[in-house]
Design a protein around this ligand. Structure first.
Ligand SMILES: Nc1ncnc2c1ncn2[C@@H]1O[C@H](COP(=O)(O)OP(=O)(O)OP(=O)(O)O)[C@@H](O)[C@H]1O
Ligand SMILES: [Mg+2]
Length: 286
């Protein structure tokens, strides 16, 4: 039985002339244990697809079966319970609460379940150890690097042992080191617990981590490709070499390459210092 089955799923926003077709009769079957990258231009419907699969949004038309069950008739509270018990979400902006410590953030889903504080802190601490940032458990989110913040968000997503992780551009705000940290952590989770993972990315390089890549355009799936672990997907490779891919990560990679090209001792800085010293002396003399 497939974990996820979408049949002719459409999602429309707005009315009349202002209607946007965010998803256009999408058919998609995802088996348990797949590690899927979703790619496509801005506005192609990737987040809408994640929201429908993650029960954050309902399709306008079509059928969605999750673990063989149609989710169309679920009441809002039933959908919320299923979402809590089955799915972990990771977002580009981490979505950590700045007034809570890392430990409290991670323990939050357990607090909603009514678990006593000592028990939930113990469980949260064990998960922080698993994601490699236990030493930061009493830090606040703004004291973490981007990569660490996303690891904390992943820990929070893991706290209910989800069968499915949905990550919408999890590396969108990270530099290349942070991206690698996060993708390797997701791979480790995928391998150790056979967790199904769907992640959205604009970075063709990250298809290396996926076992399958789904490409979207104008709300439709235009290509679906199985890939070997460790190699960039074929279609993504074409994008990599034909289009100027612009992500924060690329920008940072470009910046660090530029820094390397700058001579080690810029003469201007030394001159400025000398000049300042002289003028300071003059001030004292006067
Ligand atoms: N709540 C909404 N109300 C109206 N239109 C929406 C809403 N959410 C999304 N859309 C529209 O649906 C289309 C698909 O949007 P979506 O956010 O799924 O794209 P995306 O592929 O995730 O883009 P990006 O790469 O920029 O995140 C877009 O045209 C968008 O403007
Ligand atoms: Mg999006």
């Amino acid at each position: 039985m497939a974990l996820i089955k979408l049949e002719d799923v459409s999602k429309l926003y707005g009315f009349g002339d202002a209607t946007t077709v965010a998803l256009d009769e999408v058919n998609l079957v995802i088996e348990k244990g797949e590690f899927i990258a979703v790619m496509g231009p801005s506005g192609s419907g990737k987040s809408t697809l994640m929201n429908v699969i993650g029960l954050l949004d309902r399709p306008s038309n079509g059928r969605y079966m999750l673990e063989g069950r149609s989710v169309a008739r679920l009441r809002a509270d039933q959908a919320a319970k299923l979402r809590r018990d089955l799915i972990g979400f990771i977002f580009q902006s981490f979505n950590l609460l700045n007034r809570l410590t890392v430990l409290e953030n991670v323990a939050l889903p357990l607090a909603y379940k009514g678990m006593p504080v000592a028990k939930r802190n113990k469980q949260a601490s064990a998960i922080l150890e698993r994601v490699g940032i236990q030493s930061r458990e009493y830090f606040y989110p703004n004291q973490l690097s981007g990569g660490q913040a996303q690891c904390a968000a992943i820990a929070r997503a893991l706290v209910n042992s989800p069968k499915l992780i949905i990550a919408d551009e999890p590396t969108g705000n990270l530099d290349s080191a942070g991206s690698r940290l996060v993708m390797e952590l997701l791979s480790e989770i995928h391998l150790s617990a056979n967790t199904t993972i769907i992640f959205v990315t604009h970075n063709p390089e990250l298809t290396r981590y996926a076992s399958r890549v789904v490409y979207m355009h104008d709300g439709a799936i235009i290509h679906d490709e199985k890939t070997a672990f460790g190699s960039v997907a074929l279609r993504a490779r074409q994008v990599l070499y034909t289009l100027p891919v612009k992500t924060v990560e690329d920008d940072l990679a470009g910046v660090s390459a530029l820094m390397k090209a700058i001579p080690s001792k810029p003469p201007i800085r030394r001159k400025t210092r000398k000049h300042r010293k002289v003028s300071d002396k003059n001030k004292v003399a006067r």
